[in-house]
Design a protein around this ligand. Structure first.
Ligand code: GDP
Length: 197
């Protein structure tokens, strides 16, 4: 259960101080309506009826908490401030440079959102030319089987082309959402470890 970050944190007992330094900044990207807010509230624990105010550090929609992945604590700041509708190019460009890692969401029921995800991936590559920025392509709403417009194999093929991981999720059913968060932490750790090596 992720209901309380306190129960997961154990900074002192963590021998190798995994959270030294600042938290990983994980950014939610995607067209409007794909499920970013739903992802953020699962992360914040709102789905466990926890007071989500606990997680709101400022007026921006961001949530910082410590999660446990593979037995090791990881401090993660999740940003859900992407405004898909805005014309403010400058704000979007800033936003694309703030993340350590990105969850790139589309809805499997909305082909336009899938195309938008591809565009965002290309834009990201421009702003984050480093090859090793962790990105997971997330096909959300996989519970809506009869409204599916994007097949699993299309999603997987797109991720292969874009050289990123792929997962299908359902925020509504809370299916695979934590797997996506855990996956991004694992990739961030791999990158960290390869930097240290
Ligand atoms: P955002 O604009 O990307 O933040 O999208 P929201 O999180 O606001 O979701 C848009 C709508 O889709 C809301 O009505 C959500 O309840 C719904 N939604 C989000 N994720 C899922 C999902 O996995 N399955 C279903 N069936 N609906 C979802």
């Amino acid at each position: 259960s992720w209901s309380s970050s306190d129960s997961v944190i154990s900074t002192d007992s963590a021998g190798d101080a995994p959270q030294s330094g600042s938290p990983y900044r994980v950014v939610l990207l995607g067209a409007s309506g794909v499920g970013k807010t739903a992802f953020a509230s699962i992360f914040a624990g709102a789905a466990d009826s926890m007071d989500s105010d606990d997680c709101e550090l400022c007026e921006d929609e961001l949530c910082e908490k410590v999660i446990e992945v593979d037995g090791e604590a990881a401090a993660v700041t999740l940003l859900d401030t992407w405004d898909a509708e805005t014309d403010n190019q400058w704000a979007q460009e800033c936003y694309l440079q703030t993340g350590d890692a990105y969850l790139l969401l589309y809805s499997i029921t909305d082909r336009a959102s899938f195309l938008r995800a591809s565009e965002l991936r290309i834009t990201l590559r421009r702003f984050r030319p480093a090859q090793n920025t962790p990105i997971i392509l997330v096909g959300n709403k996989c519970d809506l089987v009869r409204r599916r417009e994007v097949s699993v194999s299309e999603g997987r093929a797109c991720a292969a082309v874009f050289d990123c991981k792929f997962i299908e999720t359902s925020a509504a059913m809370q299916h695979n959402v934590w797997e996506a968060f855990d996956g991004i932490v694992r990739q961030l750790r791999l990158r960290r470890d390869s930097k240290e090596a």
